[in-house]
Design a protein around this ligand. Structure first.
Ligand SMILES: NC(=O)c1ccc[n+]([C@@H]2O[C@H](COP(=O)([O-])OP(=O)(O)OC[C@H]3O[C@@H](n4cnc5c(N)ncnc54)[C@H](O)[C@@H]3O)[C@@H](O)[C@H]2O)c1
Ligand SMILES: O=C(O)C1=N[C@H](C(=O)O)CCC1
Length: 266
C-alpha cells in the first residue's frame, strides 16, 4: 500500500495533537514532518506529549515544504500562518488540508486560483465534524422556508477569530436561499453597541467565548407562530478527526480547491 505522506503544521496545538494521534492510528498515512514555532530539528517523539514518531520538526515552513517529500499538509495553526502555509504548500506541490479558520475572501480567491493553476487538490474546511456539516446543510434547506434567522456560535475562550469559520460558512449557504433584507424592528436602536451582533445581509451572528466550551452552534429560524432551531455541539476535538481523515484521503483524488467538507461527502 502506498502511504500518504503527511506534514502537520501546529502539532502541539489542541487540534494538531488530535491529528497526530489520528495519523498514528491509520496505516494509510505516514507522518513525515511537522511545522512548529519551537523544537526545530527535534524529532516528534522527543517532544513531550507527542506520539513516538521519527518525523522531524521544522520551524521554517518554506524549508520544510521545499525539502521534505510530502503529499499533504494538514494546517491547524492561526489565520495568519495558516494562509502562508497553504500558499507555500501549493507552490511546492503539496496538497493542503486546512482546518485553520479566519481567512479573508481575498485570500480564499488567491488560494483557489493558485490550486487551479497548479492543478492540485486542496481542502479548506471551516468545520471537519460531520454533524456540523449536516447542520449547515439543513440550515440552507430551512432558509428556503424561513427568511428570518440568527446564528449563535459558541466556542472556547482561546479562539482567535470571530465570528467562527462555521458561522461565516453557514451564513454564506443561507444567503444562497434567503432574499437579503433587514430583520427586527425598522426603528430598532442599540443602546449598547454590538447588542444585536454582526450583520450579514440583515441576518445576525452572535459569538460567545467561554472557558468550558469546545465548538457549538445554533441556527435559529423564526416564522409566523413558530421557530426552528438547528443545533450542533462538538464536545471533544475527536469529533473533527474523521473529517480530517476523509479530506487527507480525498484531496489526493481532486485537482481543485474545495471549501467545505460537504464537497467530499456522499
Ligand atoms: N476546521 C475545523 O473543524 C476546526 C476545528 C477546530 C479548530 N479549528 C481551527 O484550527 C486552528 C487551530 O485550532 P486549535 O484549537 O488547535 O488552536 P491551538 O491554539 O490549540 O493550536 C494552534 C497551534 O498552532 C501553532 N502555531 C502558531 N503559529 C505557528 C507557526 N507559524 N508555525 C507552526 N505552528 C504555529 C501554535 O504554537 C499552536 O500550537 C484554529 O484556526 C481553529 O479555528 C478548526
Ligand atoms: O476551536 C475552534 O477554533 C473551532 N473553529 C472552527 C470555526 O471557526 O468554525 C470550528 C470548530 C472549532
Amino acid at each position: 500500500m502506498t502511504q500518504i505522506k503527511m506534514i502537520v503544521a501546529g502539532p502541539r496545538g489542541k487540534m494538531g495533537q488530535e491529528a497526530l494521534r489520528m495519523i498514528e492510528k491509520e496505516d494509510k498515512f505516514k507522518l513525515v514532518a511537522c511545522i512548529d514555532r519551537k523544537h526545530g530539528g527535534s524529532k516528534v517523539k522527543d517532544v513531550s506529549g507527542l506520539p513516538a514518531s521519527d518525523a522531524v520538526i521544522y520551524t521554517d515552513a518554506e524549508q520544510c515544504l521545499s525539502e521534505v517529500e510530502a503529499d499533504v499538509l494538514v494546517d491547524l495553526t492561526t489565520p495568519e500562518f495558516g494562509y502562508k502555509h497553504t500558499k507555500l504548500a501549493l507552490e511546492n506541490g503539496v496538497r493542503p488540508v486546512v482546518g485553520t479558520t479566519g481567512f479573508t475572501e481575498e485570500q480564499m480567491v488567491e488560494l483557489t486560483n493558485l490550486a487551479e493553476t497548479k492543478k492540485l487538490g486542496a481542502v479548506i474546511a471551516p468545520n471537519f465534524a460531520v454533524g456540523a456539516v449536516l447542520m449547515m446543510q439543513f440550515s440552507k434547506w430551512a432558509a428556503k422556508h424561513f427568511q428570518d434567522v440568527e446564528i449563535i456560535e459558541k466556542h472556547h475562550d482561546q479562539k482567535l477569530d470571530a465570528p467562527s469559520g462555521t458561522a461565516v460558512k453557514t451564513a454564506e449557504l443561507i444567503k444562497e436561499e434567503r432574499e437579503s433584507h433587514p430583520q427586527g424592528h425598522t426603528d430598532e436602536k442599540e443602546t449598547l453597541e454590538g447588542a444585536r451582533g454582526a450583520d450579514v445581509d440583515g441576518m445576525k451572528i452572535h459569538s460567545v467565548r467561554l472557558p468550558g466550551l469546545v465548538a457549538h452552534q445554533e441556527v435559529v429560524f423564526g416564522g409566523l407562530g413558530q421557530t426552528l432551531t438547528i443545533k450542533h455541539d462538538s464536545h471533544h476535538r475527536e469529533s473533527f478527526m474523521s473529517g480530517v481523515n476523509l479530506a487527507a484521503t480525498e484531496v489526493m483524488e481532486i485537482d481543485v480547491l474545495v471549501y467545505g467538507l460537504e464537497h467530499l461527502l456522499d
